[in-house]
Write a new protein. Structure first.
Length: 256
């Protein structure tokens, strides 16, 4: 009986004028992208609205600071190697393996991240490329920081990681928008889109949704085959390479 009375009281309180809490609603321009042999990249708009609590006065041109984070739910192992010259040959001397790193990461904000929240908050929610959790790594000891920087630089160069401070724009004090570019090499899988509203350095509300990246046609067939039969896939790839080499050698021999 007591629980029923408590539930009824909560319902009544939700109907009382002026009791509405802050609301963050967000969306994406498309929730599924198909990758085929002609895929050259695309873009996705991320937009939303932050409605402050009833009675709160919005000051300035925006009601909140906004940070948008998109990361793949598929984690993979990345190996970073340092090459050094040994005589006339470059060889791998040191390596470091990072386990469980996101294959794709995107972050955008309406102003610099350091001005929105404290470093401890940014680290807790992995807000910013420098805050991506790569784990401790194994194999490099005290040089792990150097290898981590090299790993992040590589992902940035491949456009698989990106950071865009100032890319979230407000169309009104409550409406915001940003655009995320997906490169041709974006990995297939689910991308989790998270939107955070900040005020005075703390998160006041958030919203999350999923963007599906799916392979189609021959790309999907090959991908599925590589997962189901990795040994046969490797042998097939080796056989194709050998045949291609023999054909090329025969063609050049005939021309000579």
């Amino acid at each position: 009986m007591t629980r029923w009375l408590a539930a009824a009281l909560l319902v009544l309180l939700s109907l009382v004028p002026g009791s509405r809490a802050e609301e963050l609603a967000a969306g994406i321009s498309r929730d599924k992208i198909e990758i085929n042999s002609r895929f050259t990249g695309t873009s996705v708009a991320i937009f939303g609205s932050v409605e402050p609590a009833i009675g709160e006065v919005v000051q300035g041109d925006r009601s909140r600071d906004i940070i948008v984070v998109v990361r793949s739910d598929r984690l993979s192992r990345a190996v970073v190697r340092r090459k050094e010259p040994v005589g006339p040959v470059w060889v791998n001397r040191e390596m470091l393996a990072f386990d469980n790193v996101p294959e794709f990461y995107f972050v955008a904000s309406n102003r610099p991240l350091s001005e929105i929240a404290e470093p401890s908050v940014l680290q807790q929610f992995q807000l910013g490329v420098a805050q991506v959790d790569t784990g401790p790594g194994f194999g490099a000891g005290r040089k792990a920081a150097e290898f981590r920087e090299a790993f992040l630089a590589s992902r940035l160069a491949q456009q698989l990681y990106s950071q865009h401070e100032g890319a979230v724009t407000f169309m009104s004090p409550t409406l915001f928008r940003t655009t995320m570019a997906l490169p041709p090499n974006v990995p297939a899988g689910n991308l989790k889109v998270s939107v955070y509203a900040f005020k005075d350095g703390r998160i006041t509300s958030s919203s999350a949704m999923t963007l599906f990246i799916d392979k189609t046609g021959i790309e999907r067939a090959l991908s599925d085959f590589s997962v189901r039969e990795p040994l046969l896939y490797g042998l097939s790839a080796l056989l194709v390479a050998v045949v291609a080499g023999l054909v090329a050698a025969a063609v050049f021999r005939d021309r000579s």
